[in-house]
Design a protein around this ligand. Structure first.
Ligand SMILES: [Zn+2]
Length: 300
């Protein structure tokens, strides 16, 4: 089944504490729109979300269960993440529907090597002048990644190091290497504008620890680093809508927003609460991994 591996990973990620209610009283995940979008990854009709504008320079071109984001600049486009499987053309179609031209893509930033974020990049790499940028260790990991659907993988291109920047026109994006979900998951730190007013946005590319003690410790260190640099962060951008239980409500609010209404994605408090929650999750995972190691049979 297409994307089965990812669906399993997603389920694990949710169990690791991404803020969604896990189950209702009957032991079932609540059948909200967000939950259906998260789980029914093969339901093309459901997943086919029309592209929409979130800020003056930021658009959503992803599907329901995994995101792809378009940053516009005065000298071309930057795409973040590229989808997989049946959805690989979706971001490009979205870009066209929004009135932009995929041939203006200058950079594709891949938040981490998992195929739901990277598989579509091979196709986009064929466009002239496009550079693909991902954390250095994740380029290595991509070559070893399980590839159950035989996706064509992008060729290694720009290998980002912590603190690198990408500049297109007058837009500069800072990349932080924040391992733990994968070896070199990116934090994408950039400015969005709402009616010309700037806000600092931050996308944490992999908001759940990978398996094992080392990944959990690395993830905890990454979350601690985000906490230290979160002053001034006003907007949380998620790689998967289901990481934000209110994502689709925010989208609805944005669509019906009247002049003077606050922007529903400008929520510094939400960002801080999320980082605090991730810290707790990470610390628990580290403790559990240590307890397993201390136990003679490897059991907690
Ligand atoms: Zn991932």
């Amino acid at each position: 089944m297409r994307m089965k591996t990812w669906a399993l990973a997603a389920a694990v990620a949710v169990l690791l504490g991404t803020g969604l209610p896990l189950v209702d009283a009957a032991g079932q995940a609540p059948d909200t729109r967000a939950e259906r979008l998260r789980r029914q990854t093969d339901n093309l009709a459901l997943q086919n979300i029309a592209p929409f504008k979130v800020f003056d320079n930021l658009y959503y071109v992803g599907v329901g269960y995994v995101g792809s984001w378009l940053i516009t600049t005065n000298q071309g486009l930057i795409l973040i993440d590229t989808l997989e499987g049946a959805y690989k053309e979706h971001p490009l179609e979205g870009i066209r529907k929004l009135g932009f031209d995929p041939r203006d893509i200058k950079y594709v930033i891949l938040t981490h090597y998992h195929l739901d974020h990277t598989a579509g990049a091979a196709r986009i790499q064929e466009l002239p002048g496009v550079r693909l940028a991902m954390g250095e260790a994740d380029w290595d990991a991509l070559t070893r990644a399980p590839n159950p659907n035989n996706e064509r993988l992008p060729r290694r291109d720009v290998a980002l190091k912590d603190g690198d920047t990408i500049t297109v026109g007058s837009t500069t994006i800072r990349l932080h290497v924040l391992g733990g979900h994968t070896p070199a998951t990116l934090g994408v730190d950039f400015t969005v504008y709402d009616a010309g007013k700037p806000y600092r946005a931050f996308m944490f590319g992999g908001a759940a620890p990978g398996p094992g003690r080392e990944a959990a410790e690395q993830f905890l260190a990454s979350v601690n680093r985000i906490e230290q640099m979160q002053d001034g962060v006003q907007v949380r951008i998620v790689t998967h809508a289901w990481m934000d239980p209110e994502f689709w409500d925010r989208v609805d609010k944005l669509a019906s927003r009247r002049p003077g209404d606050p922007h529903p994605f400008v929520r510094p408090d939400v960002f801080r609460a999320w980082i605090a929650e991730l810290k707790t999750t990470a610390a628990t995972r580290v403790d559990e991994a240590k307890a397993r190691e201390a136990s003679p049979r490897g059991q907690p």
